[in-house]
Design a protein around this ligand. Structure first.
Ligand code: ADP
Length: 420
């Protein structure tokens, strides 16, 4: 079975086509600047040339049509016809309280996803555009929705309730939902396998550290808490998001900016804060780390906030990030009553020994230590153990693969559903 995985943003559409017999990726790519000027990048894995071109795509429908004609075309294609796309899996950012698992999309499921728009008004409309466009382009294929929030629906009441008037929960379903669930689910399952295969009694903390970042506390294989909240803004500082701050800052910043609307003030907290906000350099961790490195020739303390050089602010941004990750790990050690393994994943978690080291340096009070050599060499696929043999807790690096989870869920649901 070939499964096409689609991840749609407001102006982008990422895709991967899997052959599920081998789980090999036949092709992957992305369309960017949809509705602006349009650019497509397509990488076939059969030796045919890469496509990397500007291409007009006024709508998501145009983008998906381009993807399909490229997948089936003579020059860059990997399949002969549309009929070789047997199912399509869609990443959907929010499933509200309704979806604790992935779902085959039918009229009723689609209506329920539309009902989640009010919970994620910036993201779900884009996901829906992707679903509608694919349904139109490949009407014969079954479509499956895989929700970022689903894995966290096992959180207990005290972890998901916000201490605000209860009616917002009762009447408006405002609560912690959490995101990156597909990634936390995948890496925790890998870690459970590595640790002997029995989830019962295992206490894990998964650290998804990319441009977006979140932690999850996982007990018996189930999420019991996570740092992101009703929206992805809460929790850790991220590439451009502030994470947890004093909610009254909305008003304070609005006033400083001359009466900015709540929406525009939130835009600052979502898009201009985090690593970018503190460093003033970039939202990309590699850029910020490159700038911060110059500090090592500088004898002055980084915390001398009077000196606002890029280098100091970059170092401070990274220090803040490492501290906040470690602080939430501490909180989750309490939530779990201890911890058996800490798992690092995503762009920063998989690739940066320095950030992993900086986070774990805060944890020595819990007798958690990483091994310098193992940490420095932890690249590649599979599970890599980076903890020191004397560490009370295992520390693992596990590359995430959200697309594969979406493809697997899609195949499972499609295979289980009887054909009428
Ligand atoms: P997204 O949330 O966009 O999926 P990723 O998980 O791909 O993000 O992570 C992207 C982040 O990972 C970027 O900020 C990038 O700089 C960072 N990153 C990738 N490789 C490294 C590295 N070797 N060292 C530090 N950061 C890295």
């Amino acid at each position: 079975m070939n499964v096409l995985v689609i991840n749609t943003g407001s102006s982008s559409l990422k895709y991967q086509l899997f052959d599920m017999e081998t789980e090999a990726i036949l092709a992957k790519g992305n369309c960017e600047r949809i509705g602006i000027d349009g650019h497509v990048k397509h990488q076939p894995s059969n030796g045919k040339p890469i496509l990397n071109e500007d291409f007009p795509m006024p709508s998501h429908s145009d983008a998906i049509n381009l993807v399909i004609s490229t997948l089936t075309g003579a020059k860059h294609g990997v399949i002969d016809s549309l009929s070789e796309i047997h199912a399509i899996g869609h990443r959907v950012v929010h499933g509200g309280k309704r979806f604790s698992e992935s779902a085959l999309i039918n009229k009723e499921v689609l209506e329920a996803i539309v009902g989640c728009v009010r919970l994620a008004p910036l993201h779900i409309p884009a996901n829906l555009m992707g679903i509608y466009a694919c349904q139109k382009a490949v009407p014969s294929a079954p479509h499956v929705a895989v929700f970022d929030t689903a894995f966290h629906l096992t959180m207990p009441d005290e972890a998901f309730i916000y201490p605000i008037p209860y009616r917002y929960y009762e009447e408006n379903e405002i609560r912690r939902y959490g995101f990156h669930g597909t990634s936390h689910r995948y890496v925790s399952a890998k870690a459970i396998d590595y640790l002997g295969g029995n989830p019962n009694g295992l206490r894990l903390i998964t650290c998804h550290l990319g441009n977006g970042a979140s932690l999850a506390a996982i007990k018996d294989g189930k999420s019991i808490d996570t740092t992101m909240g009703a929206t992805p803004l809460e929790g850790l500082p991220m590439g451009t998001r502030c994470g947890t701050v004093d909610a009254a800052l909305i008003d304070v910043i609005s006033e400083i900016e001359g009466g900015l609307s709540a929406a525009d003030t939130l835009e600052i907290l979502n898009k201009k804060s985090g690593i970018l906000g503190i460093s003033g350099v970039s939202s990309d961790f590699r850029d910020v780390m490159n700038r911060a490195e110059f500090k090592y020739d500088d004898p002055l303390s980084v915390h001398d906030l009077e000196d606002l050089s890029d280098t100091r602010r970059s170092q401070l941004a990274l220090d803040t990030f490492k501290y906040q990750v470690a602080k939430f790990i501490g909180a989750y050690i309490v939530a779990l009553g201890g911890v058996d393994a800490i798992i690092f994943t995503a762009g920063v978690g998989e690739n940066s020994p320095a950030i992993r080291r900086g986070i774990c340096d805060w944890l020595t009070g819990f007798n958690i230590q990483i091994d310098g050599d193992r940490n420095g060499r932890a690249f590649g696929s599979g599970v890599t153990e980076i903890s020191h043999p004397t560490s009370a807790t295992k520390v693992l690096v596990v590359p995430t693969n959200e697309e594969l989870v979406i493809a697997r869920d899609t195949m499972k649901l499609v295979s289980e559903t009887p054909v009428n």
